[in-house]
Design a protein around this ligand. Structure first.
Ligand code: BMA
Length: 300
């Protein structure tokens, strides 16, 4: 079937936001209340980001709320870790709560924050679950062998690799383990990071990730797909060797950060249909459609 970019991309642009923003992009996505919900990053004119909800019945036509639902200033005792903005939320449902992992940005540099909600109106902020520098964190949507698992992307001393860790309660994390590193000489040679939260499939945990290559003064961000063992996610069953979504339209090439496609949210339907919500050039929200079987075939 392939991966089909929606012909009317982008589906959300900054003019769709009822208040003043610099850009709207990098949305977490989930099915909620019979519809589709995007938790979008809005970069305010100040250059600091907050989150706003966009809602849709059909997954294509979204209405953006009239004000942000979560801001750096909402973080109380944790504000010192979010003072420069909150970015790139990933949403996962565990029991009857939605857990959101996102970047808290401050003078300390990026770290991973955890918040919990049942209704997307009020949020319980649990605080940092990593030290800096770390981002691109997704929690697996169910316990594996008695533990919650997360993947994230610590950066230090020039390295940008994906790691896994385990927790009994979502708050205390340990057993940190390296998963995968960039591949020299390819589209994913400089950085690699988890993108969408993993979903259970009959063949393993399926997820999208991003790979980055530096050319001259700029970086090109592309999207790949990966399959992990269902009982031990530290075993990689397979991955795409080539990018599966890359920036080739003007709305992906031109913007605040050109030549970027980036995703942190998708909706995988029970029938296997997949809506990938991704952003072009750190400016907008776009849609690409595919299905689970096709994505799995790219990993084998
Ligand atoms: C990454 C993240 C994303 C952003 C991307 C491209 O490091 O910070 O928020 O979309 O860079 O600029």
């Amino acid at each position: 079937m392939g991966i089909i970019k929606f012909e009317k991309n982008p589906i959300i642009i900054k003019e769709d936001v009822p208040f003043r923003v610099n850009s709207i992009f990098n949305a977490g996505a989930i099915k909620f209340d019979g519809g589709y919900l995007l938790l979008c990053r809005v970069e305010m004119p100040s250059g600091r980001s907050s989150f706003v909800l966009a809602k849709s019945k059909n997954g294509v036509n979204f209405k953006v709320d009239s004000k942000p639902c979560l801001t750096p200033e909402d973080h109380g005792e944790y504000y010192k870790y979010t003072e420069w903005g909150i970015e790139d939320p990933r949403i996962v449902k565990l029991d009857d709560s939605y857990f959101i992992t996102y970047t808290g940005y401050s003078k300390f540099m990026p770290l991973v924050m955890l918040a919990e909600t049942k209704d997307f109106n009020t949020f319980k902020i649990h605080g940092p679950i990593t030290e800096p520098s770390n981002k691109d964190c997704s929690i697996f949507p169910e316990k594996i062998n008695g533990y919650y698992w997360k993947m994230d992307r610590p950066s230090c001393e020039g390295r940008s690799d994906i790691w896994l860790s385990k927790s009994p309660d979502l708050f205390y994390w340990g057993e940190h383990k390296f998963l995968i590193e960039p591949t020299a000489g390819t589209w994913e040679q400089n950085k690699i990071g988890g993108s969408t939260p993993p979903v259970r499939t009959k063949d393993g945990w399926l997820l999208l990730y991003h790979g980055v290559r530096g050319f001259g003064i700029s970086y090109i961000y592309k999207i790949g797909v990966m399959l992990l063992d269902i009982n031990d996610p530290s075993k990689i069953i397979g991955k795409s060797n080539e990018p599966i979504v890359l920036p080739d339209h003007d709305y992906e090439r031109i913007g605040d950060v050109g030549n970027v496609v980036f995703t942190n949210g998708w909706v995988v339907e029970d029938n296997g249909d997949v809506n990938i919500y991704y952003s072009g050039a750190d400016m907008n929200i776009c849609l690409a459609q595919t299905n689970v079987d096709y994505l799995i075939s790219l990993c084998k």
